[in-house]
Write a protein that binds this ligand. Sequence first.
Ligand SMILES: [Zn+2]
Length: 204
Amino acid sequence: MNYPSRLIEDAVGEISRLPGIGKKTALRLALHLLKREEQQSRSLAEAIVNMRIKTSYCIKCHNIADNQLCNICSNPNRDASIICVVVDTRDVLAIEATSQYKGLYHILGGIISPLEGIGPSDLQIESLIDRVEKKGDQPEVQEVILALSPTMEGDTTAFYLQKKLKTTGVKVSTIARGVPIGGDLEYADEITLGRSIVSRVAYD
Ligand SMILES: [Zn+2]
């Protein structure tokens, strides 16, 4: 496509690097911004840069956080005796939307996938074992719920985690199978996902 301006071409190029956005959509967004107040573009750019620079990860569960601890880990009303293991922050949002879970989380940051070269050491697994083993002034962790997608990678990861967790003696459960979650927890409807957490089963 021949753009009328090099600057628009640059903007379209950057915007279209985002997932799910093609050149056409990127051009529409760029032209939209061009028509609006200059301040809108400035606010957008600042919000993105601020998010990128200032957002960090919870030192305990690795969820996205504004402070050292995320909102969930720092909430005294959450049940610290249960940890729900998920792949990423989107899963936390999906489970939180069900209002059926009051425990804490642990974000793995990915899933074991030999095909993509992702092994256990690339994920936040050691820190999970650490949390489960940790005694001292921390309330004891009594149950770990594995909330992973029913895919081959999800099953491999669950199996690996269960083996590692066995040595700690903690109870390991998994969200009910047969949940039509289409591969990703974020696509599960809230009632189904909520029910599958409440009626979780022991992992064996
Ligand atoms: Zn946290």
